[in-house]
Design a protein around this ligand. Structure first.
Ligand code: AMP
Length: 347
């Protein structure tokens, strides 16, 4: 089986690594030279919409997926006429546009931040498309700042501030037979809009877990998804508010490589290739720390009990995700301890 992947970043690299034991070959299209997926997949260095690259995918692959939502929808739609594409272009299109995303969520009865005329002040003005890791966003407190941000940012959406206690994410996979398996909720810490730390198996009530699973399941079913999808959530006094949809594997699910019986990457590969899902249960307790901008002392990280180091083969650059560390142990105390040690090493 050959799996085509649009995007050769770290998510593509980890997908290809998960595909290897299943003897699935990956063919990646990526415009950046020497991408993270390079050492583990065949790479076509071309724009995501490059006609020759797309023809090669259609020709040579049994199925095509994406590791990022920022691909031209026309390219995905062209492919979908020639080869199975998971997820469907329609779902990727929704996740590309913060306005379409909010409308889609509300159509499924899911709460979102108030937006545009509902927003009020203070507010966050975001670009509808293309922003990530907090880029393309401005926090505003006055109507003057609001007007300025709205005129500065391309294609803006204005969101009212959501008062949340913490940020959570729910990841789930839908298999070829329609089975949906979610992982336990993840609690996420962001700094400057970038994910820093994820805590697997967040301390939540069964009710909250059920609410989150209902949200992600509704999306997976509505868009007939075969594969993994993620919903970023705000945990508020009145329940869950959905912030963003990722039509793909997600940074807050990296801990599943060691911390779940089936990782998000293997689960995604299985689903898109028409194979049954694996068990999504936990293997002990886990937390994950992103390596952002610079590398810590790697020997010191590796010396932390339960620590697993993942490097993406990317050159260090400010605000760039260049790796992550997962700490997994049979007891939470060891994870908490390891997490503090790794935090101290990365800061
Ligand atoms: P996003 O790019 O939408 O994931 O936003 C980046 C981060 O900004 C989120 O992880 C939140 O910490 C914060 N944020 C985004 N939108 C809102 C909002 N409507 N209310 C409060 N905080 C927000």
């Amino acid at each position: 089986v050959r799996l085509g992947i649009l995007g050769g970043g770290q998510l593509g690299r980890m997908m290809a690594l998960a595909a290897r034991p299943l003897d699935i070959d990956c063919l990646v299209v990526e415009p950046a030279p020497d991408p993270p997926a390079g050492p583990v997949a065949e790479v076509i260095e071309a724009a995501y919409g490059d006609p020759l690259a797309l023809a090669a995918l259609a020709d040579r692959c049994d199925v095509v997926t994406v590791e990022l939502e920022g691909v031209p929808i026309e390219a995905l739609a062209w492919l979908a006429e020639r080869v199975p594409v998971h997820p469907a272009p329609e779902f990727v299109a929704v996740a590309q546009d913060r306005l379409a995303e909010k409308r889609a969520l509300r159509a499924l009865g899911v709460r979102t931040a108030p937006f545009d005329h509902e927003a009020g002040l203070p507010a966050i003005v975001k670009t509808r498309r293309g922003g990530y890791d907090g880029r393309g966003q401005q926090f505003v407190t006055t109507s003057r700042q609001l007007a300025q941000a709205q005129s500065e940012l391309p294609d803006p959406i204005t969101e009212g501030l959501v008062a949340f206690g913490r940020e959570l994410s729910v990841l789930a996979a839908r298999g070829p037979d329609g089975t949906v398996l979610a992982w336990p909720l993840v609690a996420n810490e962001h700094v400057d809009g970038i994910l820093r730390v994820s805590h697997a198996g967040a301390d939540v009530t069964p009710q909250l877990q059920a609410d989150a699973e209902r949200i992600v399941t509704a999306l997976l079913e509505r868009y007939d998804v075969q594969g993994v999808a993620t919903v970023e959530l705000f945990d508020t006094a009145d329940g869950l508010v959905a912030n963003e949809i990722a039509p793909r594997v997600h940074n807050s699910g990296h801990w599943t490589i060691e911390g779940s019986t089936t990782s998000q990457f293997e689960q995604h590969v299985r689903a898109v290739c028409g194979l049954p899902l694996g068990d999504a249960g936990l293997v002990g307790h886990s937390a994950m720390v992103n390596l952002i901008g610079t590398l810590p002392n790697l020997a010191a990280v590796l010396a932390v009990p339960g620590a697993h180091l993942h490097l993406y083969g990317k050159a260090p650059r400010p605000a760039r995700k260049i790796g992550h560390v997962t700490i997994t142990a049979t007891d939470q105390a060891t994870v908490t301890d390891g997490l503090e040690r790794v935090r101290a090493l990365v800061s």
